[in-house]
Design a protein around this ligand. Structure first.
Ligand code: TYM
Length: 343
């Protein structure tokens, strides 16, 4: 495998990231990474592993670095192409933390208290809620703004964080821009199908890495046996005939959507196929479809991990490329805020 042709500089820029908290699941893949891959040749792309975000919940220091490598390798395995995209680790570029601090000082605290994801995660964390969890969206804004990204492909759950980022941009440019748009307003890129993959054990809850039940999600590195077991045990309903969008049948909608997206068939075709089907017939079909969709990703993952120096070189090169852009924006922001320069 070779490292890297520089992406063209006249394309619009994309930035996105995933936290290295455990394995990636089908929600991360369908809501985010698959979309990065599909449009990467149209943009100049930066994809980071957001390890600083991963410590906003209690974490295990002995697995953080390994988890970071796993996610970077999965980016490559899912089809991120270094001819179009740069892959790097957030904590390797100190400008992320520094810009987050600067933006903290102009972000009203009540904007952060209003974040849905903060409220949900804070409830789960109970007594242990850190400043970092509250500040999570400001660090995310820093990630995006350092690269002056035009588009940010994410799942639906990140929409509110993108709105906050845009509010921070407006506030910064208004207060410190002196008539110039120093920071660029990014646009979310959220695809309809797969933007919100639901849990396998409760079709009203989003599939999530933090769900204590492994049965609630399919991980990209699950073996065929694990996938079979999870689909066998997943929640369904007592009705015969499968259909999209029926009130009170959230599991049915979610599983049919997974089947549709992963098999690459149209909604109409899947709706017609499911019309007379029972769960006993559908579950093996879905199981096979998931296994087949993940097979090439898993085999590429094994190949990437078998060459550790290759992954190292991808991340080193990625850091070097990304750092140039990040530092440039950071300097402009510091200048606008009136900081002295070291002499
Ligand atoms: P994370 O790791 O929680 O999620 C990574 C991506 O996966 C999407 N996602 C889902 N999409 C559909 N259905 C689901 N059940 C599902 N669960 C997760 C998320 O929307 C996300 O796109 N805050 C970000 C990480 C981040 C980031 C950034 C993203 C940090 N800085 C800058 C974009 C730009 C997050 O949610 O990570």
């Amino acid at each position: 495998m070779n490292v890297i042709v520089p992406p063209s500089m006249d394309k619009q820029r994309v930035l996105s990231g995933v936290q290295p908290t455990g394995n990636l699941h089908l929600g991360n893949y369908l809501g985010a990474i698959r979309n990065w891959v599909e449009v990467q040749d149209q943009y100049e792309n930066y994809f980071c592993v957001v390890d600083l975000h991963a410590i906003t919940a209690p974490h295990n220091p002995s697995t953080l670095a390994e988890d970071t490598y796993t996610i970077a390798a999965l980016y490559l395995a899912c089809g991120i192409d270094l001819n179009h995209s740069t892959i790097f680790v957030q904590s390797h570029i100190s400008a992320h933390s520094e810009l987050a601090w600067l933006l903290n000082c102009l972000t009203p605290i009540n904007w952060l208290h209003d974040m849905i994801q903060f409220k949900e995660k804070a409830i789960k964390q109970g007594e242990n809620v850190s400043m970092g969890l509250l500040d999570y969206p400001v660090l995310m804004a820093a990630d995006i703004l350092l690269y002056q990204a035009d588009k940010v492909p994410v799942g639906e759950d990140q929409k509110q964080h993108l709105e906050l980022t845009r509010d921070i941009v407006d506030r910064f440019n208004h207060q410190f821009g002196g008539g110039q748009a120093i920071l660029k307003r990014p646009n979310p890129m959220i695809r309809h199908e797969g933007a919100r993959v639901m849990s396998l054990t409760d079709g009203t809850k989003k599939m999530s890495k933090s769900d204590p039940s492994e049965l609630s999600r399919i991980n990209l590195l699950d073996s065929p046996d694990e996938i079979q077991k999870k689909i066998k045990k997943c929640k369904t309903d007592p009705y015969r005939g499968l259909a999209f969008g029926v009130v009170d049948r959230p599991e049915c909608h979610n599983l049919l959507t997974l089947y549709m997206v992963l098999s690459g068939q149209s909604r109409e075709k899947v709706a017609a196929e499911g019309e007379d089907m029972g769960w006993g017939q559908f579950k093996p079909l879905l199981t096979d479809t998931i296994i087949e969709a993940l097979r090439p990703i898993q085999s590429m993952y094994t190949q990437v991990r078998s060459e550790p120096t290759y992954l190292e070189s991808v991340l080193t090169h990625g850091r070097e490329r990304a750092e140039v852009l990040a530092n440039k924006t950071l300097e402009r922001v510091k200048e606008a805020l009136g900081f002295s320069r070291p002499r």
